[in-house]
Design a protein around this ligand. Structure first.
Ligand code: DC
Length: 504
């Protein structure tokens, strides 16, 4: 697809008619490379540029997708080219597959399954820990590691400042030679993450260096019968199984989840994910839901947690405020749901925590006290919330930290991490008053009290703590302390460890 007018590309993608696409552009709902386009006639190339409609990416027509697995022998490098002309995996696949990319690393000294594909979305998800695609390895290690060592490997250790851990490890064979230096064990290991040389580094630090490492499975793909150095195309059922597991294809029924473990043999108290109701379903976005009343510290905490965890940050309160701002600018009746609802289509959130109204960044303008009051009034309309909730879900389609009032209860009730921040009323009022340039604390306090009452008493999506949320009272915590606690909860959920349970 060459460069063409935006409305044509949008229409071709089946999102709207040409005329409808022009309207979407005029309403500021179309972004090109992160910038809202409102002019007619802008030309774009979908292969090189990112076009989003209401936050959802428009896909360029692709080459047919191809997937193959290779049983990589040791001594062959996982790379597409090597200036040193050493053997590489591309030497082992047919010329027609040389444009494919290997998915993830399998270092030169290791052998086993390697997926190669031109399906970039799948490749990203199979390697990203958030999608929890299990990879199974057989490792031969020096010595006879005991329970305590394997427990430590699964609880996690720091190596060169990096937190590393195995998701599961069990001994499947021991070779107790009389000479200590020749004792060996064979382990079966499951990884959900896959940092650089993670298994080798963890076991080496624990005194059991890896002598041989072979990967036997990636999600639902197994190497049954594939001799070293040989490859095969994936079967259609394998492709759709893998795409389903990472959320790229719908499950057969909306309630169907992939089985928690693809291999029956693995599962023990050492399996970090076992029994964790909080571990996210592999296909659900990794959302950190952060709710709480005004002045509890949500925005600062959410922004910093997002940065530390490498996630996007979405401020849903800002979009309620932007609706109020738009309505107020037009002198519209804030109490009339039918009048207020259409403004929601003009508001966009980005993963940097900013809010755009008709393509213009209004993140600062929406903080004005009169907009706060207006936001509280429009937030009660069910008709408006219906549109906003849908847009919030779209915005966080790939996961992120989302703050608001009803994220853990309504927007993402299945979020793997839910935090409810609170603070004593006088602390919240003091914080808001300094945010708002030192307005009198007493005035802010009474306004906060009124807003809390409206937010908590409204019929739709009232401010309420989800039963499975972690409650944090931030009154006597510094910002850094609060962030540290939330990051610890996120890390725990990402690692799939059983959580200590909600705190109240
Ligand atoms: O968090 P904030 O103060 O920026 O929120 C502005 C208003 O929007 C506030 O009255 C609560 C409301 N709101 C809501 O109803 N639902 C959300 N998810 C976020 C905010």
């Amino acid at each position: 697809m060459a460069a063409e007018r935006l409305q044509k590309l949008i229409a071709r993608a089946g999102i709207a008619s040409r005329r409808g696409a022009e309207r979407l552009i005029a309403e500021g709902r179309v972004m090109l490379d992160g910038v809202v386009v409102r002019r007619r006639g802008v030309v774009a190339d979908p292969r090189r540029q990112e076009i989003r409609v209401d936050g959802t990416r428009l896909r360029a027509r692709r080459k047919p997708r191809r997937y193959l697995i290779l049983n990589k022998p040791t001594g062959v490098l996982t790379t597409r080219s090597d200036p040193g002309r050493r053997p590489i995996v591309m030497d082992l696949v047919p010329p027609s597959a040389r444009s494919l990319a290997p998915v993830g690393r399998l270092d030169g000294a290791s052998s086993g399954l390697l997926l190669l594909t031109n399906d970039g979305d799948l490749a990203y998800r199979v390697t990203h820990p958030r999608f929890r695609v299990p990879k199974i390895y057989l490792a031969t290690v020096r010595g006879l590691p005991g329970e305590a060592v394997l427990d430590r490997a699964c609880r996690g250790i720091r190596v060169d400042g990096e937190g590393l851990r195995l998701d599961h490890a069990e001994v499947i064979a021991r070779f107790p030679h009389r000479a200590e230096g020749r004792r060996r064990s064979r382990l079966r290991i499951r990884l959900l993450g896959g940092r650089n040389r993670e298994i080798r580094r963890v076991l080496s630090v624990l005194g059991h260096p890896v002598l041989e490492l072979h990967r036997t499975a990636i999600g639902n793909l197994e190497d049954t019968g594939l001799r070293p150095g040989r490859w095969r195309n994936l079967r259609p059922a394998e492709i759709s199984g893998l795409r389903r597991a990472v959320g790229l294809e719908a499950a057969r029924s909306p309630r169907t989840r992939p089985p928690a473990r693809s291999r029956p043999a693995i599962g023990s108290r050492r399996t970090a994910a076992s029994g964790s109701a909080a571990a996210p379903a592999p296909h659900s976005p990794f959302v950190v839901a952060m709710d709480g009343p005004a002045g509890s510290g949500k925005s600062s905490v959410a922004r910093m947690v997002a940065r530390r965890c490498g996630l996007g940050y979405f401020n849903t309160g800002a979009s309620v405020r932007a609706v109020a701002l738009a309505a107020m600018r037009q002198g519209a009746d804030l109490d009339d749901p039918a009048v207020v609802r259409p403004f929601a289509f003009r508001v966009l959130l980005d993963p940097e925590g900013r809010v755009f109204l008709d393509g213009v960044d209004v993140s600062v303008a929406v903080r004005a006290p009169d907009v706060s009051r207006g936001a509280s009034r429009v937030a009660v309309h069910a008709e408006l919330r219906e549109v906003l909730v849908e847009r919030w879900r779209q915005a966080a389609g790939a996961g992120g930290v989302m703050e608001g009032r009803d994220i853990g209860t309504v927007v993402f009730p299945e979020a793997p991490v839910k935090v409810f921040l609170d603070a004593r009323p006088e602390v919240r009022a003091a914080r808001r008053s300094s945010d708002e340039g030192g307005r009198s604390v007493a005035a802010v306090a009474s306004e906060l009290e009124r807003r809390d009452r409206t937010d908590s008493a409204r019929e739709v999506a009232p401010l309420r703590q989800a039963t499975d949320a972690h409650r944090l009272d931030t009154s006597d915590l510094t910002l850094e302390e609060t962030v540290d606690r939330v990051v610890a909860i996120v890390d725990q959920a990402r690692a799939g460890k059983p959580e200590p349970g909600p705190t109240h």
